[in-house]
Design a protein. Structure first.
Length: 272
């Protein structure tokens, strides 16, 4: 029996139809991307949830969703905006409860601007954390109630430790850390951040979710694995030292290449 980790993937329900056999053959983890848009969450998404339950009947992997993120930050200075964001996140968690999803991806509030400016203004770092708590307070309680973990994904984060500290500040099993390998590689290549494996080491066992995508360090490519310049052996060596068993989710633009991405990882001996 192989001791290599088994990777899953992020896809819409239409793409689940195409890759269902691949998902089921090894009970791969799945992240649904059909519940991101406000138009979906504000509408009647019950038929989509029913379709998800039907398609995934008998699926043995872990299920999650990518939560809403378009057009907002979870650390807005505007209380009216924070209220909208809270409502949007609660809508995402309602979807999780309906389909049995146990993780929801949310986006980090930190930017490359933050890295250079938070400490230039007294109290700014603490104020950002406080605003994030105000935004997520109700969502954290809801996530705890339904057994779901919100994982905070790096977007522009240059400091791999700061998002980990933010997650830990909630002191809740419902808040953990996600790493997007392409975002980390962009930060490494474009803003001078550490390489991707350093993000894994910084997260430690707070890491419960990884978006696997390849890139060139210049832009957010979401290329198939093996098409970019990420040092995958280093990334998976760091992952192998963890006990948190993070979900390893292939998240690429060309969903037809999902099986090929998994095959690439198998070919270099790091995952299957």
């Amino acid at each position: 029996m192989s001791s290599l980790p088994v990777v899953g993937a992020a896809m819409t329900l239409d793409e689940v139809e195409l890759h269902r056999d691949w998902l089921f053959e090894k009970s791969r983890d799945l992240e649904l991307q059909s519940f991101i848009d406000a138009e979906v969450l504000n509408g009647d998404w019950a038929p989509l949830a029913a379709r998800a339950r039907r398609l995934l009947d008998g699926h043995g992997g872990r299920l999650g969703i990518h939560g809403p993120f378009w057009g907002f930050t979870i650390a807005s200075e505007d209380p009216d905006i924070r209220a909208v964001v809270t409502r949007r996140l609660l809508q995402g968690l309602d979807v999780c409860a309906a389909i049995g999803a146990t993780h929801m991806v949310i986006h980090s509030p930190y930017t490359s601007w933050s890295y250079n400016n938070l400490d230039d203004n007294a109290g700014a770092r603490e104020a950002l954390v406080e605003r994030t708590h105000m935004t997520l307070r109700d969502a954290v309680r809801r996530a705890e109630d339904i057994g779901c973990t919100m994982v905070i994904e790096n977007i522009e984060d240059k400091d791999p430790h700061i998002r980990v500290a933010l997650a830990e500040s909630f002191n809740s099993p419902a808040v953990a850390v996600s790493i997007d390998t392409g975002h980390a590689h962009y930060a490494h290549g474009y803003t001078g951040a550490p390489p991707v494996d350093y993000y894994v080491k910084a997260a430690g066992n707070r890491l419960q979710h990884v978006h696997l995508q390849d890139a060139d360090g210049y832009a957010d490519r979401h290329w198939s694995l093996g098409e970019g310049t990420i040092r995958w052996h280093a990334v998976f060596a760091a992952l192998a030292k963890l006990e948190s068993n993070p979900r390893l989710i292939i998240e690429i633009k060309d969903k037809s290449k999902i099986p090929a991405s998994a095959a690439y990882l198998a070919s270099i001996g790091v995952a299957e």
